[in-house]
Design a protein around this ligand. Structure first.
Ligand code: GAP
Length: 455
């Protein structure tokens, strides 16, 4: 990848996409706030995901479940007990790190996701791996570090009042499987999707918004009859690919990786990850997992409720199997912004930063620009008109060249310039962000013109 993380982050901060969380107090480690432009991009992305996976899908429906859930949910799902990272400390400099990351950073071709503490310890000893911070070889034993955030519900702060912030949105879907199926009289196959915050007390958060402790997920749990012929896993891999094409992610920058059996999460039978080539290394972007009947089975056992599905044609009761495509909103935004960021030479002596965002995602689709102060009023009227139909901004400060550059830098696909001739011929200049080509379009046809372009 051509551009460094720092370069892109600086640009995004300067342009109002992302700010450091609690910045005026020195920040809070690895917390980020989306600024006015970031939040528009985020909302566009979530709305596209919702349309693609929920409203325009003939199978799926949506849900918005609570973040705090009964602790038995986490016992059943295996998160209490299983959802932990192998942690070790350097005795010399006190740096805390993940044992599996220490190995993978030294041996990038290895994936030790499923290794036991014993295997990790032996490998570190055999290869004499040292602390990345101080170079010492003096580690504590490896212990499991619980990743779920704890808090207390109610006035008492005792063991009984402990509740957890959800580490994935998926469990809210599983515990509502029967509610959704019954109330909507859904027949298999069908999916339930939701977008919402998840929390993980990650040991090594970082790389900007790639790994944070508070993040948002877009998850779909697709329930089907395992006796069915259709390869639903393949179907959802294709749907994820279609979505990546829809948002214009460059296929050269991502790949599909099959997880080996020893790298699977405790609930998964088969997983394919979409991995993106970030500048700090290739990393998971979107996980597509075959969860089998793990979750419904576990919740049936723990809740003692019958979560099976009655096939009315065969009169047979089955426990549906699940395919889960799951992606982090912030992580996908990072990939999108990387993909879109270009520094382009313009002529011999000039350059421009341009975010080549899909018009479906860009914070603004159009910018209305009056060529001169004397045209501010008429141009502003045009802006107000276009605002009814498009995500639109208005820019009247600085020379025209600077204003074009400003819109390029935030990814606005089209600038609409109102000049003196516009008063005569009732046409405006429409400038294309990527090609910089300009054309005259009749004001009366503008809405139709952009509707066709932005479809
Ligand atoms: N329900 C399955 C599940 O949560 P996961 O692989 O742990 O699986 C799914 O997470 C996706 O959520 C990841 O592919 C990633 O995009 C996003 N994600 C996970 N942990 C994250 C974190 N700490 N910060 C940002 N995004 C995260």
């Amino acid at each position: 990848m051509q551009y460094t993380l720092e370069e892109v982050v600086n640009h995004l901060k300067a342009q109002g996409f992302v700010f450091q969380g609690s910045e005026i107090y020195g920040g809070l480690a690895n917390s980020w706030d989306f600024g006015p432009l970031g939040v528009e991009l985020e909302r566009n992305l979530k709305s596209l995901w919702w349309q693609h996976f929920i409203t325009k899908s003939k199978y799926n429906v949506g849900l918005d479940s609570a973040i705090l859930m009964n602790n038995n949910v986490w016992k059943a799902s295996g998160h209490l007990g299983n959802f932990a990272d192998p942690l070790l400390d350097c005795r010399k400099c006190k740096t805390r790190m993940r044992a599996d990351k220490l190995i993978e950073d030294n041996y990038p071709d290895l994936n030790c996701g499923g290794w036991s503490n014993e295997q990790l310890k032996t490998f570190i000893e055999e290869k004499n791996l040292v602390c990345p911070n101080c170079g010492a070889y003096d580690f504590t034993d490896i212990r499991q570090f619980e990743l779920m955030f704890k808090t207390n519900q109610g006035v008492l702060e005792d063991e009984k009042s402990i509740v957890y912030l959800r580490p994935e949105t998926a469990q809210g879907i599983f515990v509502n499987f029967k509610n959704v199926q019954r109330s909507l009289r859904k027949k298999l196959p069908f999916g339930i999707g939701q977008i919402g915050k998840s929390f993980r007390n990650e040991i090594t958060p970082g790389n900007f918004i790639f790994r944070t402790r508070e993040f948002e997920q877009m998850e779909l749990e697709f329930f089907y009859d395992p006796n069915e012929e259709t390869d639903w896993f393949e179907y959802w891999v294709k749907e994820v690919t279609k979505f990546l094409n829809l948002i214009n992610l460059n296929p050269k920058n991502y790949l599909f990786c099959n997880h080996e059996a020893n790298e699977l999460a405790h609930y998964a039978k088969h997983t394919i990850d979409v991995e993106y080539k970030f500048p700090f290394g290739t990393g998971e972007l979107w996980g597509i997992a075959d969860r089998g009947d793990f979750d419904l089975r576990q919740h049936s056992i723990t809740s003692k409720q019958d979560l099976s599905y009655l096939n009315q044609e065969t009169n047979e009761k089955i426990l549906p199997h699940v395919i889960e495509p799951s992606v982090g909103v912030g992580r996908l935004m990072l990939a999108i912004l990387y993909d879109a960021y270009y520094v382009e030479q313009v002529g011999d002596n000039d350059s421009r930063i341009v975010l080549k965002l899909s018009p479906l995602l860009a914070p603004y689709q159009l910018a209305v620009i009056p060529l001169s102060k004397q045209l501010n009023e008429v141009a502003y009227q045009l802006y107000e008109k276009l605002l009814n139909q498009f995500q639109c901004t208005y820019d009247e400060t600085g020379n025209i060249g600077k204003r074009y550059r400003r819109q390029d830098a935030i990814g606005t696909p089209f600038c609409v310039t109102f000049d003196f001739e516009s008063l005569e011929d009732q046409k405006v200049t429409v400038r294309n962000r990527d090609t910089m080509v300009q054309e005259r379009i009749a004001i009366a046809n503008l809405e139709e013109h952009f509707q066709a372009l932005l479809k």
